[in-house]
Structures are given as C-alpha cells and as structure tokens.
Design a protein around this ligand. Structure first.
Ligand code: IFM
Length: 433
C-alpha cells in the first residue's frame, strides 16, 4: 500500500446547484415544468434541502471536512425575477454565500447558469430566443459586478450539451421539451454564444478571475458499427462546446460514466450516410432519442454491468479518459474536474468511486496534465431533475422531512485526502474511511 500524493494548491471541493438544493425556486422554468402534466418529472423540487436558508451550516460542514473549495450556482430566476428587474436581496444573498465560504477559508467557485432559466425567458423560448445570450450577459454583469474581487473562479454555463440535448431534443425530460433537430441546433448556438458573452463579461469586469464552461463528457466506446453514432453525438454534445472553450482560462470536465454502443460493422456506412443528410437526421435522431428515453431514462448500462442508481455503468475512471481527451485537445490548458460523482444508496460504493476516480487522475498528473482540482458532485443529496430525490449523490445525506444532515464516510474520506493531499491506495475499507 502506498500513498498517491497530489500537488500543493490543488482545489478540493464539493458542488451544488441552486435549483437542486435551495428550495422554492418559484420564478424558474423548472418550477413550472415540474408541475406541468405530461412531463416525465417524478416529483416537484419543493423546499429541496432548504439550502437557501441553511447555507451557513452546509458550508461549515464542507469546510470542517477539510475541503478547500465550494462550487455553487447563482440562480438567474431569483436575481432577475422579471425582465430587466434585478432583486438586490437575491444578489445580497449570494454575496453572503461567497463571504461565508471565504470566512471558512474556502475558494468560492461560482456557476453563473446551472440549467434553470427565469420563467419570463422560458416563455420567450429559452435558449431558442435570439436575444437569450445577450440577456444572459446582462445578468452575468450584474452578478460579477456585485461579487467583485471576492470570486476568482467562474463557471459560465454548466453542461451546455446536456441543456441542449436534454431539453431541446427532448432526450432527458428537461424543459422546454421540444423534440426536433432544428431546435437542438438553435439551442446549441445560443448556449455557445451565451458562454462566450459571459466569459467576455467576467474578463472585462474582473480580469484576474478565471472563467470557463463546465462540460458534460463521456468516455465513449463503440464497436465498428457504432462509431458513426458516437462521432455524431460527441460532435453535437461535446465538441460543439469544447471548441468554444479555446479561450477559456480553464476547462471544467464533468464525467460520470462510459457510454458503449454495439452496432454491427456492416451498418456503419449506412448510419454515417443517414446522419449526414439533414432530412433523415431530423427524422432519425428524435426517433432514436425517444426510443431510448422510453426504454430507460438516462440508462446506459447493459445487462451484467454494475450500474448506479441512475442506470449508468459504475466506472469511476471514465473521468481520466475525458480529462486526457481535453488535455490532448488543449495542451497546457488548466483543467478542473468540476463534477464527478455517483448516485448510490451504498456509501461504500461512493468511497470506491472517489478513490478510483482520484487514482486514475493521479496517473494523468504524473504524465504532466495540468489538472488543478477535483470537485465532487455533490455536497448534499438533492433534487436530481426529472429523476427527483430518489437519486442519492450526496457526500452528506439529507433527511428532507427534518432537513437533518448526515455526514457520510465518503465525505470524511474525501476530506482527509483534501486535508493531507494524499490518497491511500488501494483505499482503506469503508468502515475506516
Ligand atoms: O445533478 C446533475 C448536475 O446538475 C449536473 N451534472 C450531473 C449531475 C448528476 O446527474
């Protein structure tokens, strides 16, 4: 058994997102979506983890573990509840969240948009509205201006590929629930532009802060026949956004699993040709996605594969595959793992997942990859979008009836790694973790 040693100054954190933890985010598109008949939402977000009121306690727990970074999002729907009207109380709230994090010696990492939109913008089409990127920039300027020199790390748009694919191609049961390739492409364009404008606003208002998008990426594996589909999905869901990150100060990488596709080689030319013809693409892609969504929402693990609550293959080291891909794409650029986590009812699995992921990342550090931090998803059990509260991703459990927090062994294990900069490998049994 030997320790894996991580660099000095490494960011060790845990993440949340406003809508998933704060509660009562009533002015957002998701709040309405969760209540709309016919959407695949299992339950409404309601009071969530009451993090809006309990953030001081939650941040103190995070700091006590030994972590040094708190990634959280500012809620656009609260800050700008109606078009052009900014709520000073909401802005002040996020200023207090930042100050609380800093008072504990934590680095606040602020996400400017994590999936949700104000309802007034959703009513105009959300990311399909031509002026959505400009409106996003206007909101970002308010937030960055107000937080001033207290924030050094900004994540512009969280997982834009998931927003576009999940909401505008209808793949994940996200709003607005359009289901066509045209809307998907328009949303991709809007999100790319929104990211660019947000980054430019951060750099103008706070030149020394670091700005980057946070990308949902998969480890992809395909048989010969599956490659055209994988290439297509990777181009639309990842590369379209990664290419827009060329000027970012860092690339945020978020990976949960591996996606495998087995299609006989003989089908490859046919699939490739079909996806290149817009009219066939427009018919085929929503059909494929619809079929997959009905079969098992967000599930990718096939029979015999160890699966998480989400139905994903349990594959902690997928994170090193995606980080390595980004490092090849942008040699020398800083990379931060801004999310990595597992939905499981068994916390020993989370310990294993964290240790496996960190060990795989440690190998990349040894090869010189400029990885600057690891932020775990999530600090708390929370509202997992259309899948509701059944998915437990938290380092800290939340009893929603009492709002009681329970610090899990995985949280202590990650905290110890953070505090010492060392991971005992192979990991100790969970009982000692
Ligand atoms: O809960 C989500 C988060 O909002 C974005 N990244 C993936 C997480 C787990 O599915």
């Amino acid at each position: 058994m030997s320790d894996l040693v991580f660099p000095e100054g490494f960011l060790w954190g845990a993440a949340t997102a406003a809508h998933q933890v704060e509660g009562d985010n009533t002015n957002s598109d998701w709040w309405a979506w969760e209540r709309r008949p016919g959407t695949p939402c299992r339950e409404p977000s309601g009071t969530a983890c009451d993090h809006y009121g309990r953030f001081p306690e939650d941040i103190a727990l995070l700091a006590d573990l030994g972590l040094n970074t708190y990634r959280f999002s500012v809620e656009w729907a609260r800050v700008e509840p109606s078009d052009g009207t900014f709520d000073p109380a909401a802005i002040d709230h996020y200023r207090r969240v930042v100050e609380t994090a800093r008072s504990h010696g934590l680095v606040p990492m602020v996400t400017l948009n994590h999936f949700t939109l104000p309802a007034w913008l959703a009513d105009r089409g959300g990311w399909l509205a031509a002026d959505a990127p400009r409106l996003f920039e206007r909101y970002c300027r308010q937030v960055v201006g107000a937080l001033g020199d207290a924030v050094d790390w900004y994540c512009t748009v969280n997982e834009p590929g998931v927003v576009a694919f999940g909401g505008y191609l209808g793949a994940l049961g996200f709003p607005p629930g359009t289901r066509d390739v045209g809307s998907w492409r328009t949303a991709i364009g809007g999100l790319v532009e929104a990211h660019r404008r947000a980054r430019a606003a951060v750099k103008e208002l706070r030149p020394s802060a670091r700005a980057g998008a946070t990308h949902s990426m998969q480890e992809w594996e395909a048989s010969a026949g599956g490659r055209p589909v994988i290439d297509y999905l990777r181009r639309m869901n990842e590369d379209a956004f990664l290419e827009a990150s060329a000027e970012d100060d860092f690339i945020g990488v978020q990976t949960y699993t591996r996606v495998r596709l087995d299609v006989p080689a003989i089908a490859a030319p046919l699939v490739r040709a079909a996806l290149a013809v817009p009219r066939i693409e427009a018919l085929a892609v929503p059909w494929i996605v619809g079929r997959e969504t009905r079969r098992a929402p967000a599930a990718v693990a096939s029979d015999g594969v160890r699966a998480t609550q989400m139905g994903y293959e349990f594959r902690p080291e997928a994170i090193a595959w995606t980080v390595a891909r980004v490092a090849r794409m942008y040699p020398g650029k800083d990379i931060v793992v801004t999310e990595h986590g597992v939905a499981t009812a068994d916390d020993t699995e989370r310990v294993e997942f964290i240790a496996g992921g960190l060990a795989s990342l440690h190998r990349l550090l040894g090869e010189g990859v400029p990885l600057r931090g690891y932020v775990h998803w999530s600090l708390l059990d929370n509202f997992e979008w259309a899948r509701g509260y059944e998915m437990t991703f938290g380092l800290i459990g939340v009893d929603r009836a009492t709002q009681r927090r329970t610090v899990r062994p995985s949280a202590r294990m990650l905290g110890r790694v953070a505090a010492t900069g060392r991971l005992a490998f192979p990991p100790k049994p969970a009982a000692d973790a």
